[in-house]
Design a binder for this molecule. Structure first.
Ligand SMILES: NC(=O)c1ccc[n+]([C@@H]2O[C@H](COP(=O)([O-])OP(=O)(O)OC[C@H]3O[C@@H](n4cnc5c(N)ncnc54)[C@H](OP(=O)(O)O)[C@@H]3O)[C@@H](O)[C@H]2O)c1
Length: 300
């Protein structure tokens, strides 16, 4: 049986990955933030040497995009230095590293989907720290796969689907940005894809490189919100709000976001034989699970 070490194991993607890896028969060492802070290089190296993983996945990150603008040093310590520590711990245990990165490494001025070699140019602190993390990982461990993804959602954690369903239950109208376009991606589907990479890279280090994985299709946050409520309605939700499209200028945030961040996933599909399903299909599953969980909570 193969052994996988996962940092950020309580996060949206990390928790999914640990569940799926366990179900698939991997021996899993899930490291939550409380178990191991990735800024602690020595602890990580010790743990990795003892566990002897076949592959390490770094799903830990500082993901508070707006907060990063006011605490860049903290974000850099986790997203660059922490990523380097995980890469180095994996290398010292002789294991390849899978590291997750983001569409926010691009400036968003493109008009066609970004392929992994496209020129980067982050417009905010979070994207800058994630790009620095990519470089640190590549420096530290030649056997690395960096998987950039975008607009993650899940039935767990803090994300757009859960926020929309919560606000939609409280309000009659929601105003949502319509001039930022991307590819919403299910953390469940991302975890399945990462596990495929884990199986492949453990046997074949020549797969190292930068890839993109996202669900298929593209939309704006407004389109995403509309889909969430359409699915919720079709699943029996009685109160759904009216969704009104607005420009970014009417919803100022501390961090600037790329206007266009559609990722081209072609090379990932070819290399790892994974064809991402449509984002709408993935949203349907997540909305169903989220509504089922909140119904179950209401009855306990
Ligand atoms: N969310 C998105 O829309 C999105 C989009 C593109 C790419 N990504 C990337 O995808 C990856 C997974 O994101 P996610 O949304 O699944 O993340 P998430 O739910 O925010 O989980 C991240 C996890 O990392 C942990 N963490 C934070 N600082 C840490 C530290 N110093 N040491 C150890 N653990 C630490 C967090 O623990 P605490 O909560 O206890 O701090 C949390 O459990 C990240 O690399 C992220 O940059 C995310």
């Amino acid at each position: 049986m193969k052994r996988i070490l996962v940092t950020g194991a309580a996060g949206m993607t990390g928790s999914e990955l640990c569940e799926q890896a366990t179900a698939a028969g991997w021996i899993v060492l899930p490291l939550t933030h409380a178990d191991a802070d990735i800024t602690d290089a020595r602890l990580l190296a010790d743990v990795a040497r003892k566990f002897r993983p076949d592959v390490v996945v770094n799903a830990a990150a500082y993901t508070a995009v707006d907060r990063a603008e006011s605490e860049p040093d903290v974000a850099m310590a986790v997203n660059r230095d922490g990523a380097r520590n995980v890469a180095s711990a994996a290398a010292s245990a002789g294991a390849p590293l899978i590291h997750i990165s983001t569409d926010y490494v691009f400036n968003g001025e493109g008009r066609i989907p970004y392929d992994p070699d496209a020129r980067t140019g982050p417009v905010g602190v979070y994207g800058k720290t994630k790009l620095a993390g990519e470089a640190a990982v590549a420096d530290e461990n030649p056997s690395h796969v960096i998987v950039r993804t975008s607009w993650l959602f899940s039935h767990r954690g803090s994300n757009f689907v859960r926020t929309m369903l919560r606000l939609g239950a409280e309000r009659d109208e929601l105003r949502v940005v319509d001039d930022q376009v991307g590819r919403p991606t299910s953390s469940t589907d991302l975890a399945t894809a990462l596990l495929k990479v884990a199986g492949a890279i453990a046997d074949n280090p020549t797969l190292a490189g930068v890839y993109h994985f996202a669900n298929a299709g593209e939309t704006s946050w407004f389109g995403f919100a509309e889909e969430i409520f359409e699915q919720a309605k079709s699943l029996g939700e009685r109160h759904v709000p009216r969704v009104v499209p607005i420009p970014t200028s009417e919803f100022p945030t501390p961090a600037r976001r790329p206007a266009y961040s559609v990722l081209d996933t072609t090379s990932f599909s070819k290399r790892f034989a994974v064809e991402p399903r449509s984002w709408q299909s993935a949203v349907r599953d997540t909305v169903a699970l989220t509504l089922r969980n909140s119904l179950a909570r209401a009855h306990t």
